[in-house]
Design a protein around this ligand. Sequence first.
Ligand SMILES: [Zn+2]
Ligand SMILES: [Zn+2]
Length: 768
Amino acid sequence: MHSFKQSLIYTLIKSIKIIVKGLVQGVGFRPFVYRIAHKYNLKGNVENRNDGVLINIEGEPELINLFLLSLKNEAPVASSIESIAVQDNVIRNFQIFEIVKSNNMSDTITEISPDIAVCDDCLTDLKSQNHRINYPFINCTNCGPRFTIIQDIPYDRDKTTMKDFVMCDTCNEEYTDVNDRRFHAQPVACNNCGPVYELLYNGNTIRNFKELIQTTASIIDKGHVIAMKGLGGFHIACNALDRNAVIRLRKYKNREHKPLAVMARNIDVLNRVVVVSESEKKSLLSWRKPIVLLKLINGNIIPNEISNGLNTLGVMLPYLPFHYLLFEELKTDMIVLTSGNISDEPIIIENEIAKKSLSNISDALVINNRDIYNRTDDSVVFMGNNKERIIRRSRGYVPNPVNLPLNLEGIFAAGAELKNCFCIGKENQAILSQHIGDLKNLETYDFYKETVNQFFKLFRMNHSLSVGDMHPDYLSTQFIKKMNMPSVFVQHHHAHIASCMAEHNLDEQVIGISFDGTGYGDDGNIWGGEFFIADYQNYKRISHFEYIPIPGGDSVSKEPWRMAVSYLYKVYGKEFLNFQLPFLKNSPIEKINLIIQAIDKKLNCPLTSSVGRLFDAVSAISNICVINSFEAEAPMRLEAAIAENCSDKYPYLISNVVCFDEVVKGIVSDLKNSTKASVISAKFHNTIISVILDIAVYAKENNNINKVVLSGGVFQNKYLLENSERILIKNKFEVFTHCKVPSNDGGLSLGQLAIAAKRRSMNKQINN
Ligand SMILES: [Zn+2]
Ligand SMILES: [Zn+2]
């Protein structure tokens, strides 16, 4: 028999279990849940699990409904909910609501969030909160610095570079009020208690912020160059719409030719200079605020000196409160914002070093007294088939982990030598470092070693196994050899394929296609146009681009025309010297003869199957780019030249290798007929796409595998990536491409980590 009173109790209290999946860890999700549970007077707990966030909650059903609505609609900007599963639960009579430590995974990872662009609520507070009017360091639980200021865990203020700033009473009230948006926001600060900026200009130091921001804006509007401290390092800035200012900046930065990134006032400004698709807009406006590569509109007002003749522009939108405040004062709608460093060295983070070295290459310097602990560059992405593809993974992305169904605990993956990122394994999470750069540069190598130490400490690394590239000369490989730990060495392109497999949780045999610039091969040659049947443990090389000598070895990275000579000499012998090819007009015949002799005598002419070198050759033969003034200029210009609506291609021959002799002949014949370089470029790209499809079909028939994985730096070529993916899908393949990590060597360490983990789990012999 049940009484009226009992049934009333049953209807009053309800207990449910909620599992939230998606990007919900390391983004302030648990404090948010805590806050809304308190708001509705609900009891229970919240916990991070391997597969998401688990919430147990008890209370009045109506309040639980309100809680669920808030959970859906008010989640932190940096989170992204994929699903919310709700189950009824037995009543456990929770007395409080609490955040519980999880037993089955390390909270160390999930506590460390990437840096988050200033949120809309804070931008409103910037104009309305008395103690934060125009405060350039405003932030809240939903936004602000994270990774860049964390020195140790647990993530508390005294473990960040904010520890020296004592909160004022007002800030402290907000920080301790569970219903406040700044509850436990570690970097919370205001005009009365927080960090401040300083402008060093003409021997004066300006500290009054209003005067500082107005002067900074006028320096830029006047056409001068300024160095400014940002979130992850210093930037160098100038008016992007002032040609002379851009030339001045390039001169200061030692005449570099690399395209420069810009920051635009807002998205409307961009519509006048670049094409912005819906997916591109989404990336630009996301809380990560990366640099997005966008296509320039013909006849735009951007000075040619910014993109240097390429048809794309790297653009970002304001992400610091300082940027918004600066644009309020600026007349120009767009500024150049490039890394504050000296040539190829890492981006500068210390005030004192900036004062010494950046003041020589700028007219003024903006610093502040909030220290940067973890150096990050702006991340760079582009849209391929409407999906975000990462070229440089750093601010806003690091240290978000990639989850794998493998035990990765204790494995350190050293990465490549160029575009280095390393990776550490924590349980089933792969945590990639920020973009480090080219290790051959001494300062960058120091940055690498320092960051490895920081990651080991920050993530409580229990190092037990190292993995690196097979290349004996890579500094990253030598680095792990010096560690004297058990280690494995994996083939470069195997790691590329594994990296893309890891992103997609593919633990099986796939058709792996790695198109890259370089990579030490099993036979000692330089690989880079590779077709594998691969899984994590092993790979079989089923085909590759035909070997060709690289005359002068490394020097070809500056002189792509050497590759053109190599291909032409292979196809025609010396006869090509009579063709009067335009690109040879400026090359002295003695130099060409020396190259030919070197090829004949096999002097400093390593053999390669690299796709990158073929792109170099074609770019030079068609006289699009003969000498590189920045890294990978030749293939970038070749891609930029592609004629629209051209579906023609050149003939090629596939035997056990892919032979491009007929392609070279086709290009020479087109040049003789004065075919436009744009058409040659389109035909060449279409040829490569056709090769991909042909070999994929062949591999499928012979191995009964339908999954194709595309990796390697060449797939940063948007035309190649998009059309290869489309044509493979059209031919009923399942296609896997990179979205979470770069397809270039910046993503390599993820693949190394996955291979090492799998081999360890299979008890494969691991060398000491
Ligand atoms: Zn905020
Ligand atoms: Zn304060």
